[in-house]
Design a protein around this ligand. Structure first.
Ligand SMILES: O=C(CO)[C@@H](O)[C@H](O)COP(=O)(O)O
Length: 233
């Protein structure tokens, strides 16, 4: 069981350089086995060219390393917090993909300017605040995952499987690691299109709500995620 999970997470991690979402050792992918109460994540600081399935680290839901020769990703606390907050997700991706990271560094969410965006993400892709000086220096328990979970108290994480973290970069999620990677690729493409859209027309407006609804619900179904229909009223 663990070997299969490690292989899936290894293969999902290797998709990040394949799709141009990371350079060197940046980024990481994880996947959870909720029945076993464990998740597998990329080891910290290991180059993708050198990564093997055996290097993937196994963690429990208290944040303890269960198996692995390396330290887990430095973003492991964020992954763990998101698995606790978003009960229906199975995989998480963090990258430094250039276009999405540029929006994150600018501290801006990505408006929905078109149907490519609307097919996957319901509305503006939000940007979470970064940790304060006080939180960084005194609240060692608080991590980016807490800030994302707080932001999504008023958002549907299944209809919005992506977030930008100010001064850091994007996180995406999905039912498993591969789906989370798919959403990371979509996010980067949407981030690129939106940046160019604003360069072409600085006064561009987000897509009309009816177009967003048509495309999102056509792909995911009106009842795919509870609460979406209510938000339309
Ligand atoms: O943003 C950072 C470091 O500034 C991290 O997200 C790295 O991109 C990945 O770190 P490891 O997973 O190798 O620890």
């Amino acid at each position: 069981m663990l070997e299969e999970l490690k292989k899936r997470v290894y293969e999902a991690n290797m998709l990040l350089p394949k799709y141009g979402l990371v350079t060197f050792t940046w980024g990481n992918v994880s996947e959870i086995d909720r029945k076993a109460g464990l998740f597998a994540i990329k080891p910290s600081g290991v180059d993708y060219d050198l990564l093997t399935p055996e290097d993937i680290v196994i963690m429990d839901l208290d944040g303890n390393k269960v198996e692995g020769n390396y330290n887990p990703s430095s973003d492991t606390p964020t992954h763990l917090e998101l698995y606790k907050a978003f009960r229906n997700i199975g995989g998480i991706v963090h990258t430094h993909s250039p276009w999405a990271t540029s929006w994150a560094q600018a501290g801006r969410g990505i408006p929905c300017y078109g149907t490519t965006h609307a097919d996957y993400m319901y509305g503006e892709i939000p940007c979470a605040r970064c940790l304060t000086k006080e939180e960084i220096e005194h609240d060692y328990e608080k991590n980016t995952g807490h800030l994302i979970a707080d932001l999504f108290k008023n958002l549907n994480y299944e209809a919005m499987p992506a977030v930008l973290c100010k001064n850091h970069g994007p996180f995406t999620w999905g039912r498993d690691a591969r789906k989370a990677v798919h959403n990371a690729v979509v996010l980067e493409e949407v981030a690129k299109m939106a940046a160019r859209c604003e360069q072409i027309n600085s006064k561009v407006q987000p897509a009309p709500q009816e177009l967003l609804d048509k495309h999102y619900y056509r792909k995911h179904g009106e009842d795919a995620y509870y609460g979406q229909k209510e938000s339309r009223r």
